[in-house]
Ligand binder design. Structure first.
Ligand SMILES: Cc1cc2nc3c(=O)[nH]c(=O)nc-3n(C[C@H](O)[C@H](O)[C@H](O)COP(=O)(O)O)c2cc1C
Length: 158
């Protein structure tokens, strides 16, 4: 858990600026990922929350064209895995820090992956900043009432 600032921090704005490099990975191979996750499993971790800018991006595309980072964690350890990253949105959080609007998108891809147990749980960040009723609207199939994410919603954090 961390404390959320009321506006994007300098570091977050820097991440959104032109010099970012998101090619870096937590681990370069599934084997390397397995090695450091094993330490956390051994220490008693109950769940892994593996953040990605976009949940649909494969973690190791050279091996599997679909499986995301939470999916790999679950596959490698059997531990509960939580995914996050642009759920229901067209653009990632760094683009939003940079001032871009992210459009609402369908949840079909997410549901497909949940149904095949790629991961167990789903976290959402910006959708709840934009609209505290997001989950209710999804549950009640009122998704057309969900607005696009506008970066001004960052200012609602307090
Ligand atoms: C204002 C703000 C602050 C954040 N701070 C952190 C952080 O300190 N560490 C971290 O790992 N992720 C941080 N995140 C990323 C979120 O946990 C989440 O992974 C990200 O927003 C993607 O989810 P979303 O696309 O649903 O917004 C932050 C996100 C926001 C909007």
């Amino acid at each position: 858990m961390w404390l959320m600032p009321s506006t994007p921090s300098r570091a977050q704005r820097r991440m959104a600026s032109g010099s970012k490099d998101f090619s870096a990975r937590l681990a370069e191979t599934p084997k390397a990922l397995e090695q450091w996750l094993a330490v956390l499993v051994e220490a008693g971790a109950d769940a892994f929350h593996l953040s990605q800018p976009k949940f649909w991006q494969p973690a190791f595309p050279e091996i599997d064209g679909e499986l995301n980072l939470a999916g790999w964690a679950k596959k490698l350890t059997g531990v509960t895995a939580i995914t996050v990253g642009a759920v229901g949105l067209s653009g990632d959080v760094y683009e939003s820090f940079g001032g871009k609007i992210a459009q609402r998108t369908p949840l079909d891809e997410l549901l497909k992956r949940l149904e095949r147990d790629e991961f167990d749980l789903v976290a959402v960040g910006r959708p709840l900043l934009q609209d505290p009723a997001w989950l209710e609207k999804v549950r009640q199939n009122r998704v057309e009432q969900i607005a696009d994410f506008t970066p001004t919603a960052f200012a609602t954090m307090s």
